[in-house]
Design a protein around this ligand. Structure first.
Ligand code: CTP
Length: 409
């Protein structure tokens, strides 16, 4: 029961997706959480407080006053009681009221009194969701520190990819669990204050002509999770990232955005000498088109088209060459056969201290997914295998192994 003892305020608003809140309540309670539901008057049109109080085991709060006897529901007390507030579904109207502080119902007053982190899972018609006002409100809430759960990717979003559909309750619970894990992982396991860490993340795009490129499906999630974890433990992080739909929010992270392998190489080579460590999680394209066409390549129906490719610089191997004895270099390996033997070869060839072997054998592990399964192999041959975990948890495992065990030197 990974949410055991957690106090969660679940806000429900007037959307057809309110039926999903019943399942969300059940799942949160099943995970051991205490759930206090606060529902808006419009929310009650879609789901009854009777159902919700039966599932949560607590009376549902909807009015400022409990009954006709003048007993007052204290939003201030709720704000102090909660470890987390999640508003799901969150309508366009509620998002707008949150932005502007229009406290005309119990849910918004609770939001304004909240001392705990706040999450919101938007739910509305696609046209409403796409409206510039809604998008601006979502962006403002993100700026105000609200975690928006993006229905498009099931991720905490900063990139507005969603389609206005409320995220599935299972995924919301996973995101909440992940959040608490992340929160508790950092203090337990050593800090990285004064450490300077370079992290590469995401894919690289290799231009063919002005409108086309060769790329890969790397989402960058692993690298961003590593950056957030290192930063939350006090490290100064330089995150060199290829094109991804993510934003690193921690103040200790400086993001350097690049497109191609050559740009990533240039940035990495310049920065690495000032670093204590580099973790290279980017999926760098091994080849790029030899000629980048200035004009869009035209279709020709009769001939095949051949694009000649030339090798890109190997960033990991280049950093391995200039690495000093007190620097730590960590690479990743994605292998489909002879996994461990190939990973060890890569570690030696690139002069790495650790290599993180990504398993492709498991459903849910790898590119574009939220989970990963890894084995970390150290230079001295010692290895440690982990189960299928969220990328945040994998980041914690990598950091603990690399910085807080001393297996490499
Ligand atoms: N890497 C890099 N620069 C490259 C290619 C890879 O820095 N041009 C890094 C990756 O970030 C990763 C490690 O090297 O940490 C291994 O990447 P991978 O693609 O598995 O290895 P390759 O050397 O490209 O080998 P292959 O694709 O042939 O398996």
């Amino acid at each position: 029961m990974s949410l055991k003892g957690k106090h969660i305020v679940l806000g429900i608003t007037g959307s057809i997706a309110a039926y999903k809140s019943a399942m969300l309540t059940r799942l949160l309670v099943k995970q051991g959480a205490e759930v206090q539901i606060v529902i808006t008057p419009a929310g009650k049109e879609f789901i009854t407080p009777v159902t919700l109080s039966a599932l949560s085991g607590k009376p549902v709060i909807s009015e400022f006053f409990a009954t006709g006897d003048g007993t007052w529901h204290s939003h201030v007390d709720l704000g102090l009681w909660a470890d987390l507030m999640i508003i799901a579904p969150a309508t366009a109207s509620t998002l707008g009221k949150m932005v502007s502080g229009i406290a005309d119902n119990m849910l918004i007053t609770t939001y304004l009194s909240m001392k705990a982190p706040v999450f919101a899972a938007p739910a509305m018609d696609l046209d409403m969701f796409k409206h510039v006002t809604t998008q601006r409100n979502i962006q403002r809430l993100i700026d105000d520190g609200v975690h928006i759960i993006d229905p498009g990717t099931g991720e905490l979003a900063s990139h507005l990819e969603g389609k206005g559909r409320m995220e599935e309750p299972e995924n919301i619970v996973a995101i909440i669990e992940d959040f608490f894990n992340k929160d508790t992982a950092a203090p337990q396991a050593g800090n990285l204050e004064k450490k300077k860490i370079l992290i590469t993340a995401g894919p690289t795009f290799e231009r063919i002509d002005p409108v086309r490129f060769i790329g890969n499906f790397s989402s960058g999630k692993m690298g961003y999770a590593l950056a957030e974890q290192c930063a939350s433990r006090g490290a100064d992080v330089k995150l060199i990232t290829g094109p991804v739909n993510l934003i690193a929010s921690h103040k200790n992270i400086e993001t350097i955005t690049v497109e191609s392998a050559e740009e990533m190489y240039e940035a990495s080579i310049n920065i690495f000498p000032q670093m204590d460590a580099a973790i290279l999680s980017a999926a760098v394209a091994d080849y790029r088109p030899l000629h980048k066409e200035d004009k869009k390549i035209k279709r020709s129906d009769s001939d095949n088209l051949t694009i000649e490719l030339t090798p890109n610089p190997d960033i990991a191997a280049s950093l391995g060459k200039i690495k000093k004895s007190d620097q730590i270099l960590v690479g990743f390996a994605l292998e489909t056969n002879n996994e461990e033997a190939n990973a060890v070869k890569k570690l030696e060839k690139k002069n790495l201290d650790y290599i993180v072997l990504n398993s492709l054998q498991d459903v849910g592990a790898g590119f574009g997914k939220d989970t990963n399964k890894v084995t970390i192999i150290a230079r001295n041959g010692e290895k440690i295998s982990f189960g299928l975990k969220s990328k945040t948890e994998v980041a914690v495992d990598i950091i603990n192994t690399v910085f807080f065990t001393n297996k490499n030197k």
